[in-house]
Design a protein around this ligand. Structure first.
Ligand SMILES: Cc1cc2nc3c(=O)[nH]c(=O)nc-3n(C[C@H](O)[C@H](O)[C@H](O)COP(=O)(O)OP(=O)(O)OC[C@H]3O[C@@H](n4cnc5c(N)ncnc54)[C@H](O)[C@@H]3O)c2cc1C
Length: 290
């Protein structure tokens, strides 16, 4: 099976019409950095590729008083290099800036990073901690869904990209005192998947954490939220080192990293998680808005 047509719709409606016309034989492509290797390895065999990058306004990054809107064709470089965005969502800019290399970041999209559904996908881990949602269009209409609810297993997204299209990612703007941070440990700074990565988001009121979100990867079949660790942080002062240490230990226990010849053994990766979780929570605390 080979690609017979490569199409460039200019609107979301045109894209949906094309998807319907090819009835599952077409796939959406953005940067192609995940899709092309799968095609080359014959893991997928569409006959038509529908390139979303020329859809009008599909690369916009818009910051409003209520949220951040990253259109589905926006690249990691666009987000990583946006200094205004970094003031409120440093976890996201750092995660996007850690992906691959400049060449990869210049073409690869945050949307592709979500749909690829890899548990350690850097931007997706940050988006989960920031409580991001996606806007989805299909022949049935429009809907939105939380990023963390889109996973069906390793490499398995609930998005059917032969039928539906993500149009935008939305990240709510924190309305209270808030700080977020991202970190990863990898053998090299570039062109390297993480051994472990982690993100933290703290929201505070009257000197206490009222909401703590943590996301870790790749330590489960999806970006993983260690709920017990989050619960320990909630109600504590954001700089309470005892609570942070306890949360880091709990997070590393809740996580289920595999032993891997690329990433190291499970025990080693759990030890790294303790250090990394502590670091990202402390970073989030240091970035609390005044
Ligand atoms: C050398 C190299 C290094 C890399 N390093 C990293 C790394 O360090 N960290 C990391 O997380 N990832 C890394 N990646 C993986 C990859 O670059 C990212 O996951 C990237 O964000 C995928 O985006 P893309 O635009 O290239 O997606 P594509 O490959 O174009 O698409 C991926 C999937 O998303 C679907 N899709 C695309 N757009 C839409 C849409 N609008 N609606 C619905 N479905 C859609 C496609 O159909 C496909 O199933 C690396 C890849 C390479 C080749």
């Amino acid at each position: 099976m080979s690609i017979e047509q490569y199409l460039f719709p200019e609107s979301i409606d045109e894209c949906l019409t094309l998807l319907s016309r090819f009835e599952g034989r077409a796939l959406l492509i953005a940067g192609g950095t995940d899709l092309m290797p799968k095609l080359a390895q014959k893991k997928i065999a569409p006959t038509v590729l529908i390139d979303v990058t020329r859809i009008e306004n599909f690369c916009d990054v818009v910051i409003t008083p209520s949220d951040l809107m990253v259109a589905a064709g926006a690249t990691h470089a666009q987000v990583a290099e946006n200094e205004t965005l970094a003031q409120t969502w440093p976890a996201l800019t750092k995660a996007c800036g850690s992906i691959g290399s400049p060449q990869i970041r210049n073409i690869a999209t945050l949307t592709g990073n979500i749909v690829t559904a890899m548990p350690g996908a850097d931007a997706a881990v940050a988006l989960v901690v920031l409580n991001a949602t996606v806007e989805i269009a299909s022949p049935d209409g429009k809907r939105s869904a939380a990023v963390e609810d889109l996973y069906a297993g390793v490499g398995q997204s609930k998005i059917d990209c032969g039928r539906e299209i993500i149009t935008a990612i939305k990240v709510p703007r924190p309305q209270q005192k808030h700080g977020n941070a991202y970190g990863r440990i990898s053998p090299r700074n570039s062109f390297c998947f993480p051994i472990v990565n982690a993100a933290a988001a703290l929201t505070c009121e009257n000197g206490k954490v009222i909401s703590a979100r943590l996301a870790l990867g790749p330590v489960a079949d999806r970006p993983f939220r260690p709920i017990q660790a989050e619960a320990v942080l909630k109600g504590a002062a954001p700089d309470d080192l005892k609570a942070i240490d306890e949360a880091a230990i709990l997070a590393s226990r809740e996580a289920n990293p595999r032993s891997s010849c690329l990433r190291g053994c499970a025990d080693y990766r759990r030890e790294l998680l303790k250090v990394l979780v502590k670091q990202v929570v402390m970073d989030a605390n240091a970035r609390l808005t005044r």
